[in-house]
Design a binder for this molecule. Structure first.
Ligand code: SAH
Length: 366
């Protein structure tokens, strides 16, 4: 995979097409002297069929095909590096036109291909166990950069396969970039563009409470909440945004939200860290805390990395924790680490080129 030709990248005079809604694209076509409906045709090629070379857009007049790439940048990201895990997971480092880099992870599982999408370069929330948090924050991604992750990553799938699910669980806090996130989700759900169904997209948040209701009023997606602790004292440490929006504020808002039901539960992520939040009492407290919220818990054994001393519990402790939840009627699953040999698992995205893998081995259990 090489760089996109320079001519296709955004510049001040050549704005990024993927930043626009379909309506705006139609509007820009009119400004260019083309009929409005060309916008839908162009979107059908680029988003629907994955054709980004205007030469391949065979039902467009030659003049339009030539004008297209001259006027507008058709790509917002270029692929800088691709790594393939032995379990089939694919991670790519993707670069914006200012050189900022993010990572996206494609996770094949049975007949599903889930893409883990980033929304920011780095992250300002500084969760204590997360490698992205250790990077600090550089900037928000633009709409086109969020959209283009799907375009770039689906080219890495075997012929004939498609991305079936999107999870906003990559780098960054999606709800701190809500306007761009919402516009990207609209393009993903637009029937004439990507046509993802509402239950095929999940937005994960560390708990930016005021933005949750706004998001769900604007778009119909699944919500995942990164909980990780059942007391404010511990959550203040692990997920520092808890100091602004403590547990009862977060869980109270979810309890009162009209958006959830048994059919459309809140997905809670709970990263299990040995000796920190993995005791049976934590599991009991979790059951109590989630009472009254339609909930499904995803237990994620801590994925170790060089920026944190946190380690996953032993398999026995993980099973025991899950058992407490299940026995009390809380729906719960344990997420197997995917792509951990290429640092693609949850919380391992950090854009580094790996020299410190030796460091991981040095402090790791092996
Ligand atoms: N900022 C959003 C999106 C990140 S989603 C959020 O916090 O929800 C990534 C999930 O993986 C979050 O639940 C995050 O807390 C969790 N995570 C981060 N680092 C991890 C690690 N090293 N091991 C396991 N899970 C981790």
């Amino acid at each position: 995979m090489t760089d996109a030709p320079a001519a296709s990248r955004p510049t001040r005079d050549r704005p990024a097409l993927k930043d626009w809604s379909l309506d705006e694209l139609g509007e820009r076509c009119v400004e260019a002297g083309w009929p409005r409906y060309r916008g839908v045709q162009i979107a059908g090629w680029i988003y629907g069929r994955g054709v980004e070379d205007p030469a391949g857009m065979t039902d467009l007049p030659a003049e339009l095909r030539e004008g297209l790439a001259q006027r507008w940048a058709l790509r917002s990201l270029e692929v800088a590096e691709v790594q393939r895990s032995r379990d089939g997971t694919v991670k790519a480092r993707l670069r914006g036109d200012d050189g900022a880099e993010i990572e996206s992870v494609l996770i094949p599982e049975g007949d599903r291909n889930t893409l883990c999408v980033s929304t920011q370069v780095g992250c300002p929330l500084a969760c204590s166990f997360c490698a992205t948090g250790a990077l600090g924050f550089r900037r928000n991604l633009r709409v086109g950069e969020i959209v283009d992750q799907v375009c770039r990553m689906r080219e890495l799938l075997p012929e004939g396969q498609r991305i079936t699910n999107l999870v906003f669980m990559g780098m960054g806090e999606p709800l701190l970039n809500r306007p761009a996130l919402v516009r990207a989700i609209r393009t993903f759900q637009e029937p004439k563009a990507f046509a993802f169904g509402p239950r095929k997209i999940t937005v994960s948040t560390a708990g930016v409470v005021p933005q949750i209701g706004r998001l769900l009023d604007e778009v119909d997606v699944n919500l995942a909440v990164s909980l990780h602790a059942t007391t404010d004292a511990l959550r203040d440490e692990l997920v520092p945004i808890n100091r602004s929006f403590p547990l009862e504020v977060l869980l109270g808002a979810l309890r009162e939200s009209p958006h959830f039901s048994r059919r459309r539960p809140v997905f809670f992520e709970y990263t299990l860290i040995a000796g920190v939040n993995d005791a049976p009492e934590d599991a009991m407290r979790l059951v109590g805390r989630l009472r009254g919220i339609p909930a499904k818990v995803n237990l994620i054994p801590m994925n170790p990395h060089a920026d944190s001393a946190a380690r996953p519990p032993a398999a026995k402790a993980i099973d025991a924790f899950a058992e407490v939840l299940l026995r009390r009627g809380l729906r719960a699953t344990v997420r197997r680490p995917r792509g951990d040999d290429i640092d693609a698992a949850c919380g391992q995205l950090h854009n580094r080129r790996h020299p410190e893998r030796a460091g991981v081995a040095a402090v790791g259990p092996a």
